[in-house]
Design a protein around this ligand. Structure first.
Ligand SMILES: C[S@@+](CC[C@H](N)C(=O)[O-])C[C@H]1O[C@@H](n2cnc3c(N)ncnc32)[C@H](O)[C@@H]1O
Length: 246
């Protein structure tokens, strides 16, 4: 957790709006010129909510980080409202300053394991590369189940050790979700990480203190670091699940 707070404090550059590994495939989405630099990160968000009706619905993102994904969804897919929650007060503060002109978008500080929102109040909840940080996945899932309306969609994407996939699937079902579809997108994420590698190393070299560079590279999934190599070897997989609250 400290790394996210530390990053929000030291990296106040408003061009740095995503903290995920990215997603690459042949099916390129249309983006504005401004968003082009963030294509791979936006594509991960797009992949996670593909096939889900967003327009006119009340939507919640848990673990919104520096808000790039929430901002893109709020302006492009036109939800009635999008509430974006993150544990890091510093990140929430930056988001409130950067995206204040988007009327259907609101940022809240909060814990995924104890969401500061009413029950039965969202049509869609989504979560991108954040849940691996949570101390108690079951608590998080119970909270998502609580705040979703009946018939609501939950879109989850994140990485997990291959041997723990069965366990996480059991949790989804035990909490009460119906699993509508699942996919393994590891290859697409590895592809994106290769494309991002050089830029990421450069940014870290330019902006992170020497003592933190290795941690930032590991955290950023740079090729050669443990998580990247574990994904390549099949020990860790990047997954996407679409679930529904019955
Ligand atoms: C790898 S970043 C991804 C951020 C964003 N989803 C993105 O794709 O750019 C993980 C985020 O999860 C947040 N996070 C970690 N633990 C959390 C918790 N218990 N509740 C809410 N957010 C949390 C971190 O502060 C961080 O912003």
């Amino acid at each position: 957790m400290w790394l996210y707070q530390r990053m929000a404090r030291s990296q106040t550059n408003s061009k740095f709006r995503f903290m995920n590994y990215g997603f690459n495939d042949d099916d390129e989405i249309e983006l504005s010129e401004n968003d082009e630099a963030d294509r791979l990160f936006i594509q991960l968000y797009h992949m996670n909510i593909r096939g889900i009706e967003i327009e006119g619905r009340e939507v919640l993102e848990v673990g919104s980080g520096r808000g790039g994904g929430a901002s893109w969804i709020a302006k492009t897919l036109k939800p009635e409202s999008l509430v974006a929650i993150d544990y890091s007060s510093e990140a929430v503060r930056l988001c409130r300053a950067w995206y204040h002109d988007q009327e259907n978008l609101r940022f809240l500080e909060g814990n995924a394991e104890n969401l500061p929102t009413e029950g039965d109040s969202f049509d869609v909840v989504y979560n991108v590369e954040s849940s691996h940080c949570y101390a108690n996945m079951e608590k998080f899932l119970s909270q998502v189940f609580r705040v979703l309306r009946s018939g609501g969609d939950f879109c989850w994407t994140d990485l997990r050790e291959t041997k723990a996939i069965h366990e996480v699937e059991n949790l989804f079902s035990n909490v009460g979700f119906l699993i509508k579809s699942s996919s393994d997108v590891t290859e697409n994420v590895l592809d994106a990480l290769k494309l991002i590698e050089e830029g990421r190393r450069d940014i870290i070299r330019q902006s992170a203190p020497q003592s933190l560079r290795k941690s930032f590279e590991t955290f950023g999934g740079v090729p050669g670091t443990p998580i990247y190599e574990a994904m390549k070897a099949g020990r860790v997989r990047y997954l996407r699940y679409h679930m529904v609250k019955p």
